[in-house]
Design a protein around this ligand. Structure first.
Ligand SMILES: [Zn+2]
Length: 480
């Protein structure tokens, strides 16, 4: 009797995570373990990371997962002379078992720096915990899942996405990445309550992805934000190695917070109820991806993953500038005042060169000096026009970060003008135009540009010869 009680106690303690607890309690247990001082921040390549791996493997076994390769969950790989290791299991599908859904979460974090442990409770003990529980539920649904589901705990994300990149290469060689129908990276999902929503980036890479994601969220009463693509050029997650090889990907997260990559990213700041909700939702989403025969790639890839800009791009633009009017014969010029434009911009990108055409609404003002009797009193001249500049661009490279310089011309249709005090009665030429040049830099969709225009032909018909020049503009554009 005594022995039996003892045994039961051990069972309740050791196997308890699977038996007695709720999912939310299990999630908390994993996060507290991964983020504990004894795991020393799970620095990639350290013994602490190895400890985290063995823990994950125990959970995988408990869930009934099979190793992806042979009978070992470890998939070791070398990078820069150091050995790292992904932990990868599989739940085999039924009639579509040769097609795959990859669910991944990196288990490594920053380790110990300057004597301080970086526990990485949100980044990414939260995702690692969610991954285990998603795996548990999906393994329980085995037999209902048409496609096979690969469960991957990635190493060395923080060093440069080594683990996920390695698995992408591994799968490409083993089965071909065209067989992978979705890759989902669960990274930082512990702040649902405080940040207010779960974000899925990349829904446009899946055919009908937004609708599928939203419908599943409605069932879970989960607040969902969807983004068509991952857009930031400054951040990356484990989706990258797959997305660059044209696999549809979703980056799943509850967002950044002040403790991101700080020693204060601790287990007691995690919203476990929220983590549980997110886990339930992702389980159903993954289940649908694995079971719905219609689930497929849209064929669209994020610009950052394409590695180059799309051939055709369009967006919005606005600029502030300065345009003075010169009177070459009188050797005079006015003072340019505020000139501004708003409008649309478009680009065609090729290798090393491109074209830019804008359509702008423009208001240009200039201050006339008092020069009686020629000009009358000191006053402002303002004209409003629709202006279309076009440039041939030379591009430093075709990727998301680059510089450009362009030459071309512009045409303005002036539809109204005014003098602030006394109209001298000059006829404004409604068709104006001339030469244009620009140069600038871009980072993803954001373009910072300086542009210049030199008017040819006359500003006024039958009056003093006059031209707007030089006109300079500082311009900001956003290409979608
Ligand atoms: Zn992370």
């Amino acid at each position: 009797m005594k022995k039996l009680t003892y045994l039961l106690l051990i069972l309740a303690f050791a196997g308890g995570s699977a038996l007695a607890q709720t999912r939310s309690e299990r999630l908390a247990e994993y996060v507290y373990y991964f983020a504990s001082d004894s795991l020393k921040g799970r620095g990639a390549g350290t013994a602490s990371a190895a400890k985290a791996r063995e823990y994950i493997i125990q959970r995988y076994k408990e869930c009934g997962l099979k190793p992806l390769s042979g009978n070992d969950f470890h998939i070791y790989f070398q990078k820069g002379g150091t050995q790292y290791c992904n932990v990868v299991g599989i739940i085999e599908g039924t009639d579509l078992k040769d097609e795959y859904i990859v669910l991944g979460a990196h288990y490594d974090h920053l380790g110990v720096k300057r004597g301080k442990i970086y526990p990485g409770a949100d980044d990414n003990a939260s995702g690692s915990a969610a991954l285990i529980e998603i795996a548990r539920e999906l393994a329980a649904r085995k037999g209902q899942l048409h496609r096979s589901v690969i469960i991957a705990a990635f190493d060395a994300e923080e060093l440069g996405l080594y683990g996920s990149t390695n698995l992408a290469e591994y799968l490409d060689a083993a089965v071909g990445l065209d067989k992978v129908k979705l890759m989902m990276s669960v990274d930082m999902v512990g702040r649902y309550g405080t940040n207010g929503a779960l974000t899925l980036e990349g829904v446009a890479t899946i055919r009908d992805g937004k609708r599928i994601a939203k419908e599943a969220a409605a069932k879970h009463t989960l607040k969902l934000k969807t983004k068509d693509f991952e857009t930031s050029v400054f951040t990356a997650t484990d989706t990258e190695g797959f997305a660059k090889r044209q696999v549809p990907t979703l980056a799943v997260s509850t967002g950044l917070h002040p403790q991101y990559h700080k020693p204060t990213d601790k287990a007691d700041l995690i919203d476990y109820e929220g983590l549980d909700k997110v886990t339930g939702y992702l389980t159903d989403f993954a289940s649908q991806a694995a079971s719905d025969p219609e689930f497929a790639a849209s064929g669209k890839v994020a610009r950052k993953h394409l590695g180059k800009n799309r051939v055709f791009e369009a967006g919005v633009t606005g600029s502030l500038g300065n345009a003075a009017i010169s009177f070459p014969k009188a050797d005079l010029s006015t003072k340019g005042r505020m000139d501004y434009t708003v409008g649309l911009t478009s680009r065609l990108n090729f290798d090393g060169f491109g074209f830019q055409v804008d359509a702008l609404w423009e208001s240009a003002s200039s201050r006339f000096p008092s020069l009686d009797p020629v000009f009358g009193p000191a006053q402002d001249y303002t004209q409003r026009s629709l202006t279309v500049p076009a440039y041939l661009l030379l591009l430093s490279d075709s990727s998301e970060l680059g510089a450009f310089v362009g030459f071309g011309g512009y045409y303005s249709y002036v539809y109204s003008h005014s003098f602030s005090k006394a109209d001298p009665g000059w006829t404004v030429n409604p068709h104006q135009g001339g030469l244009a040049a620009n140069f600038g830099i871009r980072a993803a969709g954001l373009v910072l540009e300086w542009s210049f225009r030199w008017q040819m032909g006359d500003l006024f018909i039958g009056a003093q010869e006059a031209r707007i020049q030089p006109a300079t503009y500082l311009k900001l554009s956003w290409l979608f």
